[in-house]
Design a protein. Structure first.
Length: 327
């Protein structure tokens, strides 16, 4: 009996359309999920499919309220008995953030595979149909339960924590920089590189939440001043993530202003704008003195996700640092 995979459509280039396939211009989030499925031969032999559309947007417009709605649907399906696995279609721009968010707010027993595409559905060599086929194969694989949320693109299976969009140019747009791949999939044949982990509960509960705490990301650079820090705090940010230079560093005046913000109760996380980086506590910046949190290898976008979730449980910087060591 084939496994039951339920698809949740959210849009993205995988659902995108070009007015003319000979030209680059296109819109993401145009075609509904059933139209994408109809372009993929042989899917019905991989799994029994059902589907629903959550939103149909470019993932640059993904936001907290859609994340929470998505998490609610994923958890409802995972807690029910009607499906064995889920697959989400998503734009690639914020795919790693959504995948990381879901990996933190769902248990790992039910596989949740997220796929996207770099070329619109109407492109001459669209990559969406192949990614969809492989994604369904990964979701339906009997060895997938226990692996939780996975990101599947261009035949590679990534953990959300490590997957990063590293290219805007080809179908192989994602890399697992410091973590390594979980497996690969070629025309529906899945090879895992490691056994499935033990079943565990969700790290955070978002049940009943309709928003997440506001966290802003600021990028550091030569000559960084403090005005945008003030603006973010004045706008109500409860947390700030700095995409620091080097190992999460920033100008002395930015550090001074962030230390004031931290003293007034705003959580300040130091991440790095460098793709392969490790921001360790009390390195060149004295986190103990300023009341900062070090993001380790978590990039700025994902640090924002983790800080938003951490702030739903605590404002204590030490506890938030522990969350960043653990998640
Ligand atoms: N802007 C698009 C999106 O993230 C890009 C893509 O899907 O590749 O929705």
């Amino acid at each position: 009996m084939s496994r039951r995979v339920h698809l949740l459509g959210t849009g993205g280039t995988i659902a995108g359309a070009q007015p003319d396939p000979r030209h680059a211009g296109y819109s993401a989030g145009v075609f509904p999920i059933e139209r994408l499925l109809s372009a993929v031969p042989g899917l019905a032999e991989l799994a029994r499919l059902s589907w629903e559309q959550i939103v149909n947007i470019g993932s640059q417009d993904m936001d907290d309220s859609i994340w929470l709605a998505l998490a609610t649907r994923v958890n409802e399906h995972a807690d029910g008995a009607a499906i064995d696995a889920l697959l989400i279609t998503h734009g690639t721009d914020t795919l790693e953030e959504t995948a990381y968010f879901l990996s933190l707010v769902t248990a790992n027993a039910t596989p949740v595979v997220i796929v996207g595409a770099m070329r619109p559905a109407t492109a001459i060599s669209a990559d969406g149909p192949g990614n969809l086929y492989n994604g369904v194969a990964v979701a339906a694989d009997p060895r997938a339960p226990g692996r939780g949320t996975l990101l599947c693109m261009d035949g590679e299976i990534h953990r959300p924590r490590y997957a990063v969009k590293t290219s805007t140019m080809g179908a192989n747009a994602f890399s697992s920089l410091l973590g390594g791949l979980v497996g690969v999939v070629q025309t529906g044949r899945v090879a895992w590189f490691e056994p499935a982990p033990a079943i565990r509960a969700a790290t955070f509960s978002v049940a009943g939440l309709d928003r997440l705490p506001r966290v802003d990301v600021l990028i550091a650079h030569a000559g960084m001043n403090a005005d945008l820090i003030d603006a973010a705090v004045a706008a109500g940010a409860r947390g700030l993530v700095i995409a620091g230079v080097g190992s999460g560093n920033m100008s002395a005046r930015a550090i001074a202003r962030l230390a004031d913000a931290a003293a007034s109760g705003v959580a300040v996380v130091r991440s790095s704008r460098v793709p392969r980086s490790m921001v360790l506590r009390n390195g060149e910046v004295d986190d103990d003195r300023y009341g900062f949190v070090a993001a380790r290898d978590l990039n700025p976008g994902k640090s924002r996700v983790l800080l938003q979730l951490a702030l739903t449980t605590t404002n204590d910087t030490q506890l938030i640092q522990e969350v960043f060591e653990r998640c």
